[in-house]
Design a protein around this ligand. Structure first.
Ligand SMILES: Nc1ncnc2c1ncn2[C@@H]1O[C@H](COP(=O)(O)OP(=O)(O)OP(=O)(O)O)[C@@H](O)[C@H]1O
Length: 313
């Protein structure tokens, strides 16, 4: 199901409004993070970056955040873990309004890990091991605990051999992985990733997505901002779409990408596999036998190969 978010009351009947409201209330209880009517304008800017943003991140899901350049995705992330404070409205963590005193913010930053778009913004220490230990040292943990956690994380991320490597010697893909490891070492409950796959090659992208799936399987909710529509469709189980600082559409991937009119208006394309699937004759789709649209070209090709094989035998 996809929910199109409209602020025009005239577009909604009373009954639909009531159904929407109870649906929203029920869903809000399942959200790990919630934005409630958040407004934010950068100092000196003429337009708001967040313009009454209300959205929820459902606990336990793999979520993507889509939207045109400048629609407010990064600004939303900076509000999520308290780096920015709304001019108006509220950010809620597990149903509780975020409190902006130092002690609470420090705790919030452990629970909500943010990986920036540009790893250079995040990596500050001289070597990989030092960088991964940075957040733990800030928590003033005993040295042996820090060492153990850093080693375990480097092992999980397959980077023990880089421990003493200077950060500036790493490739972009490697820097991205170190930045992710530096956030994951703090064991956040929610991981926010700002365009993590931009400029990665196919192999790096596959490895990165596998790492995310492992992180998610271990119990972390993930919200990834991306411009990669095919990745969004293949990976996510919940999709949020923003426009001009507001949420305009949300739902399961198939439902969201069925809203062609809305997506066209937002100048967002549909996933390639979605278009190919819709162009196939209904009989062929039935024969492939999937109860849902295949999530990737590989999945669709596997279905077509199965049919081709059964025709030959
Ligand atoms: N430091 C800043 N000062 C003033 N305006 C800013 C600043 N950072 C962002 N903005 C403006 O705020 C709006 C939202 O920007 P934001 O970076 O959050 O968008 P985005 O959706 O993450 O974009 P992209 O997809 O290009 O990364 C844009 O209009 C942008 O120009």
């Amino acid at each position: 199901m996809a929910f199109e978010v409209t602020t025009d009351a005239a577009e909604q009947t009373d009954a639909a409004e009531q159904a929407d409201a109870s649906e929203q209330t029920a869903r809000a209880a399942l959200d790990i993070l919630r934005f409630s009517f958040v407004h934010y304008t950068y100092p000196g800017a003429s337009q708001p970056a967040l313009n009454g943003l209300s959205l929820g991140v459902p606990a336990g899901k793999k979520c993507v955040l889509l939207g045109h350049n400048g629609c407010g995705k990064s600004t939303m992330f900076l509000h999520a873990n308290g780096i920015f404070r709304p001019n108006l409205g509220q950010v809620l963590w597990k149903g509780m309004a975020v409190s902006y005193d130092r002690a609470h913010l420090l705790k919030l930053k452990q629970k909500i890990g943010l990986v920036f778009q540009d790893p250079e913004q995040q990596l500050i220490a001289a070597t990989v091991a030092e960088d991964i230990s940075y957040g733990l040292c800030n928590q003033k943990l005993p040295e042996d605990v820090v060492r153990e956690k850093v080693y375990r994380t480097m092992e999980t991320f397959g980077m023990t051999e880089w421990a003493e490597t200077p950060i500036h010697r790493l490739s972009l893909g490697q820097k991205r992985r170190v930045a992710l490891a530096g956030v994951m070492v703090l064991e956040p409950e929610l991981l926010l990733l700002d365009e993590p796959t931009a400029y990665l090659d196919q192999e790096q992208m596959r490895n990165f997505v596998q790492e995310l799936d492992r992180i998610h399987a271990a119990g972390t909710t993930i919200l990834m901002a991306t411009h990669d529509i095919d990745l969004a469709f293949a990976w996510a189980d919940w999709v949020l779409v923003m426009e001009k600082g507001k949420l305009v559409l949300e739902g399961e991937p198939e439902a969201v990408f069925s809203r062609r009119d809305t997506l066209e208006r937002l100048q967002l394309r549909t996933p390639a596999v979605f278009d190919v699937w819709e162009a196939l004759p209904a009989a062929l789709r039935e024969e492939i036998g999937s109860s849902r649209v295949p999530r990737s070209v590989e999945e669709l090709t596997a279905g077509l190969r199965r049919i081709a094989a059964s025709c030959i035998t």
